[in-house]
Write a protein that binds this ligand. Sequence first.
Ligand SMILES: Nc1ncnc2c1ncn2[C@@H]1O[C@H](COP(=O)(O)OP(=O)(O)O)[C@@H](O)[C@H]1O
Ligand SMILES: [Mg+2]
Length: 245
Amino acid sequence: MNQKGGVGKTTTTINLGHALALSGKRVTLLDMDAQGQVVTGFGLDNKQAGLDMVLLEDVLIDDVKVTVRDNLDVVSAGPQLADYEHVATGGASRGHKLRLAIENSTLIEQDFILIDCPPSSGLLGINAMFAAGEVLIPVSGDYLSLQGLSRMMQILKSAESMSGHAIKLWLLSTRMNMRRRLTHEVRNRILKYFPGRVFNTVIRENVALAESPSFGKTIFEYRKNSAGAEDYFSLAQDLLRGRTS
Ligand SMILES: Nc1ncnc2c1ncn2[C@@H]1O[C@H](COP(=O)(O)OP(=O)(O)O)[C@@H](O)[C@H]1O
Ligand SMILES: [Mg+2]
């Protein structure tokens, strides 16, 4: 999650998800961004029912999930997901719909559930935070990324107190251009503010990561020897071992 767009949330959901699946973990990806770019990244379209019908019509997650690769399932956003942002009925329970839908599904048997979030903290983002035990915040290597972070922390704090459960925090340096001094400054800043919470691996700016979704392929299928594949595989090992800087 990150309210800032373009920081690599969707890229990370797809490629970290596939890296974990390739490492033998059972993984489900949930697309909570109405743009629906998670399924399209696997070469499917977002026209079928997905989380939109789970949230709006109480359809079961197990009835809309799709197996896209070995060990890897995806639940698409679906074409109506944006409508859920405007649901006015249901009171406080509107924020707990996703959590309950997961608890009432076979997803609880998975090793990892990754939720791709929209660049906002509306009802969809709240549902994601109430369902999640951990949140991963991608921070890109530019100065503006730092400005949004304190607001992100406030949102997380209030989600924790409203939901009544602690949310473990992780940060990830994304889209890093290692030749720019600013990139190193931004990383040093987040290492200082979030000691022990920043993943060791740095995701470098890599054109193959930007190209692969248009072929419906993950980085491991599109360019398995690229910097992007190396970085996302390394990130998966960080997550499995809790490796941080
Ligand atoms: N490490 C990277 N190197 C190069 N391009 C990237 C990288 N990460 C993301 N991108 C590209 O940047 C754009 C925004 O990334 P995306 O994952 O969609 O961000 P978000 O989901 O946070 O809006 C996309 O075009 C994506 O392909
Ligand atoms: Mg996205």
